[in-house]
Structures are given as C-alpha cells and as structure tokens.
Design a protein around this ligand. Structure first.
Ligand SMILES: Cc1cc2nc3c(=O)[nH]c(=O)nc-3n(C[C@H](O)[C@H](O)[C@H](O)COP(=O)(O)O)c2cc1C
Length: 185
C-alpha cells in the first residue's frame, strides 16, 4: 500500500449549504486506501495587504502551515462571474507571499470545479490552472472534473451522482500516486 498520504481540501464557498463544500466532504468516501482528507475553511482570511508580507495575519499563517503539512492539495472552485471566486484567489495570494515563502511551491495538487450552470465551472477551472503555473504546484492534469448542475446531484447532504463520483475517485487516485512518488524520493 502507498505511504499514508494526507490531503488538504479547500476552496469551497463560505455560505451555509455550499454545494462545493458538500462535494469536498463527499470526496472523503472516494479516497484510495492509505489516504486521508482534511478540510480547511478559508473564510477567516482577510483581504490581502502586501504591507503585511513580513508579519502575516494568524489565519494566513495557519493556512500556510496546513498547506506545508499536507502531502497533497485538493482544491474545489465554484465559478463566480466566469472566474475564480474572490475569497479563494485572495487566500491563495496570501499563501504565495512573500515569494521566498510560497507555501504552494512544488505541492501535488488536484482541482475540481462545480457550478449551478451547464459548464461545471470550466471557466474558473482554466483560470485556476493558469494560476497554478505561476505558483508552481505539481498539478494533476487528468481527469478534468467539471461538476455541472451540481444542485441536482446532491441528496441528503451527499454528492450522489455516480459519473461524478467516479471521476473524482480517479482524480484522487492520480493525486495520491503523484504525492507518493514525491514521498518516496
Ligand atoms: C457572485 C456569483 C457569481 C456567479 N457566477 C457564475 C458563473 O459565472 N458561472 C456559473 O456557472 N455559475 C455562477 N454562479 C452560480 C454558482 O455556480 C452557484 O451559486 C454555486 O452554487 C456556487 O457554489 P456553492 O454552492 O458552493 O456556494 C455565481 C454565483 C455567485 C454568487
């Protein structure tokens, strides 16, 4: 069995009843053996202020410590106005600063997007993949997970769509494989 891989999951929206949060919670039951998923709520992170690069807020320090302590990251982005929601981009901006202390650097990272609409947050997902290039994560590129009309795929607080669950299962398997290679080095 692969080494125990600890995954940190974040990106889901801040609202009560968030569908993206439900998807992230549901991903816990889709992990390969030997992997675990901890959710991190970025709601407490304030708007970015570069003046604080040398002494970042405690909530940012906590976020960065969680990223560093994880073997891999699982991000879910909803789509706001065809792009990454501000709260998520904001938290990621903090976690990359200052450049000498970019907590994402080299981290195995998988991405999902979800939305109420027909495109499953694809526009936000591709914006995020562009961000991944600069922050230098080791991104899992396949399978692409776009969860369209997500509100119709949730029952009793669980993401139940079988096709969606299968593609998330495959994404997590690839993420764990990538993270395991990193651990063996
Ligand atoms: C500010 C805002 C902008 C949105 N823009 C888009 C959009 O561009 N494309 C889309 O598919 N859905 C859009 N939506 C709808 C979201 O997909 C929907 O609210 C979704 O449920 C958000 O994720 P959540 O359930 O985790 O909060 C938008 C929602 C908000 C609040």
């Amino acid at each position: 069995m692969a080494a125990n891989i600890r995954i940190l999951g974040f990106g889901f929206s801040l609202r009560a009843g968030s569908y993206s949060r439900i998807v992230m919670e549901s991903a816990k039951s889709l992990l390969p053996p030997g992997a675990e998923l901890e959710l991190f709520d970025i709601g407490g992170i304030p708007p970015f202020n570069q003046d604080l690069d040398s002494d970042q807020p405690q909530s940012v320090k906590d976020f960065k410590a969680k990223i560093r302590g994880a073997d891999a990251l699982l991000i879910i982005t909803p789509e706001y106005n065809y792009s990454i929601p501000g709260y998520l981009k904001n938290a990621m901006d903090w976690a990359t600063r200052p450049p000498s202390d970019n907590s994402f650097d080299g981290k195995p990272t998988a991405l999902m997007s979800s939305s109420n609409g027909m495109h499953g947050g694809s526009r936000a997902q591709y914006h995020m993949r562009q961000v991944f290039l600069f922050i230098n994560v080791r991104a899992v590129t396949k399978p692409e997970v776009f969860l369209a009309t997500v509100q119709d795929k949730i029952k009793d607080g669980v993401f139940v769509d079988e096709k969606g669950r299968d593609v998330i299962r495959r994404l997590l398997s690839n993420l764990v494989k990538l993270a395991s290679e990193g651990k063996e080095k």
